[in-house]
Structures are given as C-alpha cells and as structure tokens.
Ligand binder design. Structure first.
Ligand code: NAD
Length: 248
C-alpha cells in the first residue's frame, strides 16, 4: 500500500515539485492550497495522468479550524498520514526594519510558524506510536534566511524561518521515541514566483554573483533534498538541516 504525504502550499513552486516527485516515488499525495484551487487541481491532474494518486485539499494553514478540517478530509480520502511537508510560506515586500509594522510580522509568523506548528501537531497526533500510529516523518521547508538574516529586505521572514528551525530541533527530540523523524531543508535563492511577492521578480538573477555556485536553484533540486529526508537512507537522520543554497 502506498504511503501518504501531505504537502502544504502544494499548488506551485517548491511544493508542486515535491508533490510530483513524491508521487513518482509511490506516495499518495494530499496537495494543500489556500486560494488557488485551479493550480492545485493541475498538480493533482498531472499526478493522476502519471498513474499516481492525489487529492487537492483547501486550507489556510494559519487557521486551526481549517487545518483540522483538512486533516479530516485527508484521513477520509487517502488515509493516515506518513509524511508531512510544511512548505506553505509567505514573504512580504522588501522593506527596511524602520518601515515594518508589527502587523506584518504577525502575518508572516501566522503562516510560516503557526501554520507549520498546526500541521505538524496534527501529523504527530496521527503518526505517533503513543497514539497508536505507525511513525512517520516531517520535513519543514525553512530558508537560508534563518542563518543569513535577510538584512534590508525581510528580517521578519528570516525570523519566522529561525523559529521554524528551532521548532524542528525541539520537535525532533520530542517525537523521535514515538517513531517520528523531523528535519528541515534550507533553500537559498530558488527560481519561483515567491520573489514577485517580495516586490522583485528578477531577484534571483540580481543575487547570482553572491551565490558561490553562481546561479539560482531549481525547485527540483529542493524537492530532491526533501525526498531524501523521507527515504530509508535518512533513517538515522533527525533534527538535521540540508542546505540547498548554492554554497551560501
Ligand atoms: P511560492 O510563493 O511559489 O509558494 C508558496 C505556496 O504557499 C503557495 O502555493 C501559496 O499559495 C502557499 N501558501 C501561502 N500561504 C498559505 C496559507 N496560509 N495556507 C496554505 N498555503 C499557503 O513560493 P516557493 O518559493 O515555492 O516557497 C515554498 C517554501 O519555500 C516557502 O516556505 C518559502 O519560504 C521557502 N523558500 C523559498 C525560497 C525561494 O527562493 N523561492 C528560498 C527559501 C525558502
């Protein structure tokens, strides 16, 4: 029987690449989306066309009631989760800290940290051997920003990714005895639409010179690292981070 994975924010970018690669590796995939149902359905259609199993699941991951409903739908439509990818994330416009509002920080924390927390908690409730589960694994999509700090651009976003990393470490220790591994990937500058939300669609190319490998990364390169963390080869790896950041 195939294992079951939930990918948050799976309609485009890194999340869509993870969902498609997971399906090719035999997972049945729940493709979560917030507002763009068509994009998530296109990912599902692509997977089904390739002979895989997938369903689109709506939820704003920052809202507890919506996360609970989404997990209920996942349980019913695919079964009990084995693998969670906390990928949904937001980046607001580039801004210096002296212009930044506390509301903006709250918005970013709500999706990136509270969303990841809520989805991880529901995964643990189903995976943990303490709750009669069979174990599982969680991968949090953090960012190199957690180490680099994103000065002059998005210190709020960097802080949210730092919080995700600390949660990854704590959670990994807490649930390891219950059969659950928790790890993170830290992408650097990846070609996705996210940079347009930051107000600079061409940002990846602007930053090329400062990246040791002298190019932006692809979503497939991030997806490959995520999937390694779910593999049997990663069976002794927990509380770890893979840098997918071109050497930065
Ligand atoms: P993206 O903007 O293409 O994808 C983000 C996805 O998350 C979108 O589908 C969006 O709809 C979804 N999302 C946002 N808020 C949501 C919510 N409240 N509930 C459910 N879904 C929500 O960007 P991406 O580059 O593919 O980003 C994926 C992850 O990778 C993010 O966590 C991002 O922070 C991280 N990341 C990206 C880069 C990069 O350079 N692109 C670098 C480091 C980390």
């Amino acid at each position: 029987m195939s294992k079951i994975m939930l990918v948050t924010g799976g309609g485009r970018g890194i999340g869509a690449a993870v969902a498609k690669l997971a399906a090719r590796r035999g997972y049945a995939v729940g493709v979560n989306y917030h507002a763009n149902a068509d994009a998530a359905r296109a990912v599902v259609a692509d997977i089904v066309q390739g002979g895989g199993r997938a369903v689109a699941l709506q939820a704003d991951v920052s809202q507890e009631d919506q996360v609970l409903r989404m997990y209920g739908e996942l349980d019913q439509q695919l079964g009990r989760i084995d693998a969670l990818v906390n990928n949904a994330g937001i980046l607001e416009r580039q801004m210096r800290v002296d212009q930044m509002s506390a509301d903006r920080l709250l918005r970013v924390l709500s999706t990136n940290v509270i969303g990841s927390f809520l989805c991880a908690r529901e995964a643990v409730r189903r995976m943990s051997t303490r709750h009669g589960g069979q174990g599982g694994a969680i991968v949090n999509v953090s960012s190199a920003a957690a180490r680099l700090g994103s000065p002059n651009e998005y210190v709020d976003y960097a802080a949210s990714k730092g919080a995700m990393d600390t949660m990854t470490i704590g959670l990994s220790k807490e649930v390891a005895p219950e059969g659950i591994r928790v790890n993170g990937v830290r992408p650097g500058t990846i070609y996705t639409d996210m940079h347009a939300s930051g107000g600079e669609p061409g940002r990846v190319d602007r930053l090329k010179g400062a990246i040791p490998l002298r190019r932006g990364g692809t979503v497939e390169e991030v997806a490959g690292a995520v999937m390694w963390l779910f593999s049997d080869e990663a069976g002794y790896t927990s509380g770890s981070f893979i840098e997918v950041s071109g050497g930065n």
